[in-house]
Design a protein. Sequence first.
Length: 274
Amino acid sequence: MGTARSDVLDLAGRLAAGGEDYCLVTVVRTADATSAKAGAKAIVSRDGTLTGFVGGGCVTGATRRAALDALAHGAPRLIRVRPKDQVVATVDVDGIELHASSCPSGGTVELFLEPVRRAPRLVVAGASPIAAAIVTIGRALGHHVVAAALAEDHDRLPAADAVLDGFDLAPLALDGRDAVVVATQGKRDREALAAALLSEAGYVGMVGSRRKVATLTAQLADRVPPDRLARLHGPAGLDIGAIEPEEIALSILAELVRERRQGASVSMAQTATG
């Protein structure tokens, strides 16, 4: 394995270990004179940095733009970069996405773009029996599960991928792909709920009765903006008649899946009509 390719794969391993998104680019075919050859690899980080070599500046510009788009949509794609005088459409006759190059060499490069995104994080606040069940089922569904609980309760959540001491979620830098479920059930409820609602998580749910949820949100009205309060799923979970902790956890994860899939469908529809 060449040094350059080894460096790219080493970087991919480090980014994955750190939970960072990136797009792996591989040259799959070339035609005529090109500086990169089949098998060459590069990585495009979320900030647009390209590490590796897949061709000259004429190729890397198109590659970077397409890789960032693939990363944003989370879908792999095959692109073809060819001389601009041969590009008359955005898609070639065989259906491959086309990009124009002004390189004097006149060569054509085909590249496979493979976005690698971190697993969505599921933060479970609390160490109740329901919290423990959410942790277990959440991991089975492929989430990276972080348990946020008081230090004295950490041993109740052995299945979590990581454990956070207390309910300060700011260090996690949550984003729209992430979810927080508050299942404290009487132990620092208000503190945990405030932290969840003030995060950037795409889903925030709370385990508890409607009356309890209404009481807590009213108490937080002076600390949490109205639009954040309005996005709370409370009580969390689909109405499936759940009684046992595992059943309640299942109803919450089902709601989370529904919200995520419906959101993805809306995003795809907006992209298609945009």
